[in-house]
Design a protein around this ligand. Sequence first.
Ligand code: FE2
Length: 118
Amino acid sequence: MKFFICNECDKVINLDTDDIELKCCNKKMEEINLSNEDNHVISLQRLGNFVNIKIDDGKHSMNNVHKIVFIIIETSEGYHKKYLNSEESLCDFILTSNEVLKRIWCYCNLHGLFMMEL
Ligand SMILES: [Fe+2]
């Protein structure tokens, strides 16, 4: 999966492909690479089909200046994406019975893109 950002409006999108040119605000969107920092800890709890994902144990900053923008889980069947709008840096997903978790991605507007391989 590839992630791209508009350096004008900070919009971030994700795509399965990178063979198209993406534009936003009349400028080419730039690909985002994984952050080199290790200051964001992704954790998960799975109970049956229910998955709870936390970033920094749910305590990452969630104000307009510094927040987790979204969390994506990649599974054997595709992707699930949620934008975070609460005061806690966590969210829940429900999987189908045979769906296998592969990766978890999260994007912090200040520190960038993080991924955990499962
Ligand atoms: Fe952060």
